[in-house]
Write a protein that binds this ligand. Structure first.
Ligand SMILES: Cc1cc2nc3c(=O)[nH]c(=O)nc-3n(C[C@H](O)[C@H](O)[C@H](O)COP(=O)(O)OP(=O)(O)OC[C@H]3O[C@@H](n4cnc5c(N)ncnc54)[C@H](O)[C@@H]3O)c2cc1C
Length: 386
């Protein structure tokens, strides 16, 4: 089986690399490393991506894209992560796919051009204190009142809400529906609407996420995506799009770790002379390669219009657990230096390894926990009964 890319895809990859080499500035990397959301450098970078049609690449030129294939879109995401440019990925792709599939003409006109130009961002507003893995239990109520809905309730871990202009909010519009996944709707909510308050939450990897409270928040009914009470089906499309994990970020950290081991001496001997270090790096090389092939398979399936029902969950759980193993091995290889963070002058590789160790634990929870991914692989991949 040949996993090679076509000449055109390789040309596109080179074009993306040339762009990133010039445009990923120190300011942007610092902002991404700070993990507190988009700042001025990120917004500027988004606008530059937008000017090239790369925020919504699969859309045609007249809608702000470049008519890219799903494989080109994958290459773009992969390279952006390799260059450590955006921590959360390109959410424009997810929202535009949802609006293209389910949105009204007015919504498409209103949001897609701004997303394509990098002027706005959406946060994901799904999880609640009592509805995480069991998302269909969500309760935040949306009651019709004239031309509006009135929202009351609480969300938790809604990460982008402090810098995004809008949140894609999952709400309960029919509390008496016979099954809990029925009676859910999806709304676009402007974060500046009166009645919304945010409380910051800090994760163990130093990232800001939020608890968000809705107190009699008035949202126009025209902001409903798709049909009322049928939001679950839109939501599952959004979640599936989140699990397509390019591995560029992991690959970059691994390459940097190998370079560090080659360049660094301990007790006068290069680290790579140590048999334990060599064994550890060789094992990681195998796993990084497996991750890359799993990612290519998911991208290839998407390009053929196939749904990677268990292949995408398999990729998500493998890559996120690899982040943890890579962070762990890297910290061991670096010894006591491995635990340092910036601004320590002794910190190796800007603290990326140490951070990845903690970040892996966070990524194993978000976009569906890895236990849930294993459940999906068991159910759909192995055909085991529920
Ligand atoms: C840093 C961070 C950022 C996040 N960002 C967002 C965001 O932007 N928007 C958003 O909407 N959500 C976000 N989330 C929420 C995330 O998707 C949920 O935390 C996740 O789905 C798990 O839900 P929970 O925390 O309620 O845990 P629970 O669902 O209560 O799970 C607790 C534990 O039980 C296990 N478990 C639960 N059910 C099963 C089962 N059926 N089989 C096996 N094991 C099971 C889980 O794997 C987990 O280990 C974020 C979370 C974190 C930590």
């Amino acid at each position: 089986m040949d996993f090679g890319f076509s000449e055109e895809e390789e040309r596109f990859r080179q074009e993306v690399r040339d762009f990133l080499q010039n445009e990923v500035t120190e300011g942007l990397i610092k902002e991404c490393d700070a993990n507190v959301g988009y700042g001025p450098h990120t917004w500027e970078f988004l606008r530059k991506l937008g000017a090239r049609g790369w925020l919504v690449p699969v859309l045609p030129k007249e809608l702000g894209g470049i008519g890219a294939t799903p494989m080109q879109q994958f290459i773009l995401n992969d390279e952006v992560l390799y260059y450590r440019a955006i921590p959360i990925g390109l959410s424009g792709v997810m929202i535009t796919s949802l609006l293209e599939g389910y949105g009204s003409e007015e919504q498409k006109r209103e949001y897609i051009p701004k997303l394509a130009r990098g002027e706005i961002e959406f946060a994901a507003g799904y999880t609640e204190p009592e509805a995480g893995s069991d998302l269909a239990s969500l309760k935040l109520s949306a009651v019709e009142d004239g031309k509006d809905f009135i929202l009351n309730g609480q969300k938790i871990f809604n990460t982008g809400c402090h810098y995004a202009q809008y949140v894609l909010l999952a709400v309960r519009t029919d509390p008496s529906a016979p099954k809990k996944h029925q009676g859910i709707s999806l709304l676009i909510v402007d974060m500046k609407t009166p009645g919304i308050t945010l409380q910051p939450l800090w994760t163990m990897d130093g990232e800001r996420t939020n608890a968000v409270f809705y107190d009699n928040v008035r949202v126009p009914q025209k902001n409903l995506i798709g049909e009322k009470n049928r939001g679950w089906y839109v939501l599952t499309t959004a979640l599936a799009l989140e699990r397509n994990f390019p591995t560029g970020g992991v690959r970059r950290v691994f390459e940097d770790l190998v370079a560090y081991a080659k360049e660094t001496k301990r007790s006068g001997e290069p680290l790579i002379k140590n048999p334990l270090v060599r064994q550890s790096l060789a094992q990681l090389k195998v796993e990084v390669e497996v991750a890359r092939l799993l990612a290519y398979r998911v991208a290839w399936m998407a390009s053929k219009g196939l749904i990677p029902q268990w292949q995408a969950p398999m990729l998500k759980l493998f890559v996120t657990e690899l982040m943890y193993r890579l962070g762990n091995a890297g910290v061991q290889i670096m010894g006591l230096y491995g635990q340092l963070e910036e601004p320590s002058k002794w910190v190796p590789l800007r603290g990326w390894i140490e951070h990845l160790y903690r970040h892996g634990a966070r990524r194993a929870i978000t976009a569906g926990t890895n236990e849930i991914q294993r459940d999906i692989v068991a159910l759909r991949g192995l055909g085991l009964p529920r």
